[in-house]
Design a protein around this ligand. Structure first.
Ligand code: BGC
Length: 389
């Protein structure tokens, strides 16, 4: 028997990407500095979305989508401290206009992980003026582009960024220092708050949100592990919200996996894994969404996806995710859109180009090929419903 699960009218369906991961031609950021000393791979120009965005958005449109998430590259806009590059603003203006002309509602993130070298050299988010420096860049972009786009997000995944760069030491600035970790988070939050306060009063028609990376934490029944689970859940999923109280209009949720504290049961160990070695746990999105209900804000799923070079699990994973998203909507959660990560195969940070998340495969020469799973997602986007057997 087939059942159709209908999504709300006006639901946004799309895909996401981030400037450094797809644009090419960006060689003045902390990541390129890290690549020069061999600590992370170098992103190259193979995807070249900077020049091919019209074609890519045309593909997204053909795939039935009606929104698209991108990010703006800070180092293009402000290549030297305080000097803003109007040509690059015009580039992004064209990009956003192109999306709109194709019927794709733009979602724009102001900062997705990479920082200009000049800021990196000043200590990045550890600099005591970091909040103002970050706000100055965002204010400039919003002054120029607020008329072009309604949905803005300041920061992509503050906790992931701070933990990889300041605690685990595997992303720039390659630090392992708990105090600096907290300082970086504090300064990101302060920067976000400045941007929100200054720009909401100036441009009341735009929405300014935050993109949070939430994990579904599970544990076994050992009391100690249950306590660790509670604490980790609070820190990873909610701490940042306590720092930006009342200063956001929507939540962008990025969901990828769950994390099991304690002894994993056999049924869990047997679940399939994706190419990142992450356990496929689509139901986790439901728990993570329910956990955001307390903030009483509209929620856009700004990323959820799977690295799956063979395209073996992608279609069913997307359908499973959407089943749980639909269930959460039925329970009254204000979920307004879903953006699959990612539109294109791209630079997967410290893992380079090996991991392929795209609805569209991109080879080394930049040729695009739509994957079979993208057509399954297309049926959902076009009909605004999920068909299940
Ligand atoms: C990030 C993306 C990344 C994806 C898959 C998210 O943490 O926002 O930039 O590619 O996860 O790892």
């Amino acid at each position: 028997m087939k059942i159709n699960l209908e999504f709300p009218e006006d639901f946004l369906w799309g895909a996401a990407s981030a400037s450094y991961q797809v644009e090419g031609g960006i060689y003045n950021v902390d990541w390129t500095e890290g690549a020069k000393i061999g600590k992370v791979p170098m992103a190259d120009d193979r995807v070249d979305h900077y020049h091919k965005y019209e074609k890519d958005f045309a593909l997204a449109k053909e795939l039935g989508q009606n929104c698209q998430r991108i990010s703006i590259e800070w180092a293009r806009i402000e290549p030297e401290e305080g000097k803003f590059n109007e040509r690059e603003i015009e580039h992004y203006r064209k990009v956003i206009k192109d999306m709109k002309s194709k019927g794709l509602e733009p979602f724009v993130t102001l900062w997705h992980f990479t920082i200009p070298i000049w800021f990196y050299k000043k200590g990045g988010f550890l600099n005591s003026d970091a909040p103002e420096i970050f706000a100055r860049y965002c204010n400039y972009v919003l002054r120029e582009l607020h008329n072009e786009c309604k949905y803005w997000d300041t920061i992509n995944e503050p906790i992931v960024w701070a933990s990889n760069g300041h605690m685990r030491g595997n992303w720039p600035p390659f630090k392992k220092n708990i105090f600096e970790y907290f300082k970086a988070i504090k300064n990101q939050a302060k920067g976000h708050n400045l941007v929100y306060k200054e720009n909401k009063s100036r441009y009341p028609n735009i929405e300014i949100g935050i993109v949070k990376d939430n994990i579904n934490f599970r544990s076994d029944n050992m009391p100690w592990n249950r306590i660790i689970r509670k604490f980790t859940d609070y820190h990873w999923n909610h701490y940042f919200f306590t720092k930006i109280k009342n200063n956001y209009d929507h939540i962008g949720l990025n969901y990828y996996f769950d994390s099991f504290i304690g002894r994993k049961p056999n049924w869990y160990l047997e679940l399939p894994k994706n190419d990142m070695n992450w356990t496929l746990s689509p139901e986790g999105i439901y728990f993570v969404l329910k956990d955001l209900e307390r903030y009483k804000k509209p929620i856009y799923i700004t990323e959820a996806g799977i690295a799956d070079r063979e395209d073996k699990y992608r279609a069913s994973y997307i359908k499973d995710l959407l089943f749980y998203v639909h269930h959460a909507i039925q329970e009254g959660l204000p979920i307004k859109g879903f953006m699959y990560w990612s539109l294109l195969d791209n630079f997967e940070w410290a893992l380079g180009y090996e991991k392929e998340f795209g609805l569209i495969h991109v080879d080394k020469k930049g040729h695009r090929k739509v994957r079979e799973s993208a057509f399954v997602y297309k049926r959902v986007c076009e009909s605004n419903k999920l068909e299940i057997e």
